[in-house]
Design a protein around this ligand. Structure first.
Ligand code: AMP
Ligand code: ZN
Length: 469
């Protein structure tokens, strides 16, 4: 079946065709590990993971690369401000290396909690300095870079259609209204490929770069710009052009625009055929941002008694290209829906016979393959579960098949062990006797009494199941 995705490059739905038959190379901009990821960041990774699962479900073999930004991302996405890692080090009185390790682990834990399949490669920027320096030199050699007092900059005026991804109007930018100009930059959109370390400060993370200054060969300490890491590492692990690049919409105007410019300058081609971007998760008072402080983490939600799958359901119930406004009310709804789903799973749970209902599978695929329509896919799932023409075995197998894409851990749902007090057990047994005698009125009355104790009964083919309300 054909898969269609919305390509930011060109702003239209396009049929997906990989470069290599049945193999997909996919790159996702990963976390900047100077703090905990917030639940908005996690939307970006849930989106990428669902996309990867959908591709796999369609029979593609996906190689997924996600970088770890542990150096070079400044507090402004332009080239001003402090390196986020160095700023965190002052805040926490740890070394930048310790900060990176700590928050990378926190990030990996969240991936686990959310049942996201670990990317095949998770390269750290600091472990690919050689590749980044080589790429900077290649761009320089091809005539797209220049030196300033502060670093090596990319000359964006050399790329005639520089703003094509973001539909930037270069003329407006030249007017300079919104862009801070770093001294020595030739054009407002030029960006740092490599920054020199400040003269009066010893950074934790810095490396030697040899260059020519005033006709003399010198070595100078510095660190990579943020965009070059993604170009260098995607090229290393996926080749100069691959199939899909993902990230949040905030990356369109600067980070991804600059990745394209770097690839074109070095290799003459853009890095990816498809650029796919998730919209933001927003809080009541605007977008959630790590740098603004006020954030909600997955741990916060878990401490409040939510299961990570509740949050994931909330995300899947909304299309990735729509802004999603986060409220605890909406999360409570998702939690209730997940509880309903769990109860149904317990009811229909049987041996997975792999007897998938082909009609519903087709509908599910249609939804998923139409630009990752997860809300429609969930609607198909509920329709299937409600369909009385399907046996429980068929429902269960079809549901587990859908969960290959949804990733809601439905196979792991187990009967929660409930401690049932003797007096309730006595009523349950009395009710079983009443049912055996076809005394339905008495059975109903006893069900009511049991409910008063806070227990719920579910009559299944395997007998009565007792759960807490
Ligand atoms: P960062 O760790 O800041 O580099 O961001 C990691 C990923 O999260 C990037 O793909 C961002 O585009 C994305 N992102 C940041 N904030 C949000 C948000 N509020 N909602 C959705 N995605 C976001
Ligand atoms: Zn990136």
């Amino acid at each position: 079946m054909v898969m269609r995705f919305y390509n930011t490059l060109g702003r239209k739905l396009e049929e997906f065709k990989p470069i290599k038959d049945k193999e997909v190379g996919m790159y996702t901009c990963g976390p900047t590990v100077y703090y905990y990821p917030h639940i908005g960041n996690l939307r970006a990774y849930v989106f990428a993971d669902t996309l990867k699962r959908a591709l796999t479900y369609n029979g593609f073999k996906v190689k997924h690369v996600m970088n770890i930004t542990d150096v070079g991302h400044l507090t402004s996405d332009a080239d001003t401000g402090e390196d986020k890692m160095e700023a965190a080090k002052k805040r926490e009185r740890k070394s930048a290396w310790e900060i990176a390790k700590f928050y990378e682990n926190a990030f990996l834990e969240d991936l686990n909690h959310l049942n996201l399949i670990k990317p095949d490669v998770l390269p750290r920027a600091t472990e690919h300095i050689r590749e980044q320096i080589d790429l900077v030199k290649e761009i320089e050699k091809n005539g797209f870079a220049y030196q300033t007092e502060d670093g090596i900059y990319f000359d964006t005026s050399k790329i005639p259609d520089y703003g094509k991804l973001a539909l930037l109007k270069i003329e407006d930018l030249k007017a300079g209204a919104r862009i801070e100009m770093v001294e020595g930059k030739r054009n407002p959109t030029d960006f740092a490929l490599w920054k020199f370390s400040p003269k009066n400060e010893k950074r934790d993370m810095e490396w030697e770069f040899d260059l020519e200054k005033d006709g003399e060969k010198i070595k100078i300490m510095g660190f990579p710009g943020w965009h070059i890491e993604c170009s260098a590492m995607s090229m290393k692990y996926l080749g100069k052009t691959f199939d899909i690049h993902t990230g949040g919409v905030d990356h369109i105007p600067i980070h991804h625009t600059n990745e394209i410019a770097q690839s074109e300058a070095a290799k003459g081609v853009g890095p990816a055929h498809f650029w796919m971007h998730n919209e933001f998760l927003i809080m009541k008072d605007g977008k959630m941002s790590k740098s603004k402080g006020e954030i909600v983490t997955l741990q916060d939600l878990m401490k409040k008694g939510y299961d990570p799958m509740d949050y994931k359901y909330l995300l899947l119930a909304s299309h990735y290209r729509k802004q999603l406004s986060f409220t605890f009310e909406a999360l409570d709804n998702a939690k209730n829906t997940m509880q309903r789903l769990r109860n149904i799973v317990l009811e229909i749970k049987s041996e997975d016979t792999s007897k998938v209902n082909e009609e519903y599978k087709k509908k599910f695929l249609e939804a998923i393959n139409d630009d990752l329509g997860t809300p429609e896919a969930l609607a198909v799932m509920w329709e299937m579960l409600r369909d009385s023409n399907l046996t429980n075995e068929e429902k269960y197998s079809t549901l587990l098949d859908f969960d290959k894409v949804l990733g809601l851990r439905l196979k792991e749902i187990k009967e929660e062990k409930v401690e049932v007090p003797d007096e309730v057990m006595k009523l349950v047994n009395e009710r079983e006797d009443a049912r055996a005698n076809k005394d339905w009125a008495k059975a109903d009355e006893l069900r009511g009494k049991i409910k008063e104790f806070g227990y719920q009964l579910n009559d299944t083919a395997d007998g009565v199941k007792i759960s807490k309300e």
